[in-house]
Design a protein around this ligand. Structure first.
Ligand code: ADP
Length: 301
């Protein structure tokens, strides 16, 4: 098959691994810089232009859209959808996953376990907002944060109030969330492809830190999931409409709770911790699901 990886940087581990794994399976894999794509959206024969030429009709596209380019990146993915190309994750599902609040609302509607979470924009009801999610200790998160930046643990109601006031003063959108203390600074990253968890790792925060992000010095190891954890990850991916994603779960006293679903999961941490060929397994999914180029009908957009 002819496959495009949409990525801003061909030197990133995940991008390199995806290219290499595709070529190992006999595919022709091009890395396309998302921001260098341009297109005529009014044309009735949709195309994507790149370096002064039309891109070929790919059999599949693997979008790796960074959170800083979600707006343009999803427009490019949508253009491929209009051409009838199989996109591993659809543009709407990527947009959905980028908004923590929207994601939690969708997950909640499907009855998935979640940390108790509040959202507000008016500062005059802060104390009620705090009470509503069970009081301190609380986690306060910037809606658009990544890699643990903008995630604050407030140990007392007073501290929570000050942090919420500060964020609101900056007109930032925030979530106020029950702190799952019993998770012990650990979370589980489940890598979902289609309707299967193909790899899972437990990430443990460093000493004195509650955020387990690997970028913040967390360490990772292989973990065996319970049936409930596995079902939670699969149902979360389904609720978001993502075929390829990382579902982050906290182990709470009342069972697994979903923290976040990531539509461009990194491969390095999970491949190293689990020894699994995650990139190869993604191609297995593409091979089963992408329609061959020749008998494709135009997408609905
Ligand atoms: P980001 O998307 O910036 O990584 P997360 O919401 O994933 O932000 O939070 C970063 C880390 O903080 C998580 O990996 C987890 O270890 C910890 N964490 C986040 N929310 C909670 C919570 N409600 N209870 C306990 N720990 C949490």
């Amino acid at each position: 098959m002819r496959i495009a990886i949409l990525s801003r940087n061909e030197n990133l581990y995940s991008t390199r691994r995806l290219k290499e794994a595709g070529e190992e399976r006999g595919h022709q894999v091009d890395i396309i810089d998302t921001l260098h794509c341009y297109m005529d959206i009014t044309s009735n024969s949709p195309k994507v232009r790149y370096n002064g030429e039309d891109l070929p009709l790919y059999d599949a596209v693997i979008p790796r859209i960074g959170s800083s380019i979600t707006f343009y990146g999803t427009a490019v993915v949508r253009q491929f959808e209009m051409m009838g190309t199989f996109c591993v994750n659809e543009s709407v599902a990527i947009s959905r996953s980028r908004d923590k609040l929207r994601s939690l609302q969708l997950l909640s509607r499907k009855g998935l376990g979640l940390p108790r979470t509040g959202f507000a924009s008016r500062p005059d009801k802060i104390q009620d907002l705090i009470r509503n999610v069970g009081g301190a200790p609380l986690v306060i998160k910037l809606l658009e944060g990544t890699q643990g930046i903008g995630v604050v643990l407030a140990e007392t109601n007073k501290a929570a109030e000050s942090v919420i006031e500060a964020f609101m003063g900056m007109k930032a959108n925030i979530l106020v969330q029950e702190f799952i203390k019993e998770a012990g600074g650990a979370d589980i990253r489940c890598l979902v492809v289609g309707n299967k968890v193909i790899a899972a790792m437990k990430r443990q925060a460093g000493e004195g830190e509650f955020r387990s992000n690997l970028h913040r010095g967390g360490t990772a190891q292989l973990v065996r999931l319970t049936k409930e954890e596995r079902a939670t990850a699969i149902n979360a991916a389904k609720a978001m409409g993502l075929n390829f994603c990382g579902v982050d779960i906290l182990q709470s006293n009342r069972g697994p709770v979903v923290m976040e679903v990531n539509s461009s999961p990194g491969l390095e941490g999970i491949e190293n911790a689990t020894g699994k060929n995650v990139a190869g397994l993604l191609y297995e999914f593409i091979e089963k699901n992408a329609k061959p180029n020749a008998n494709r009908t135009k997408g609905q957009g």
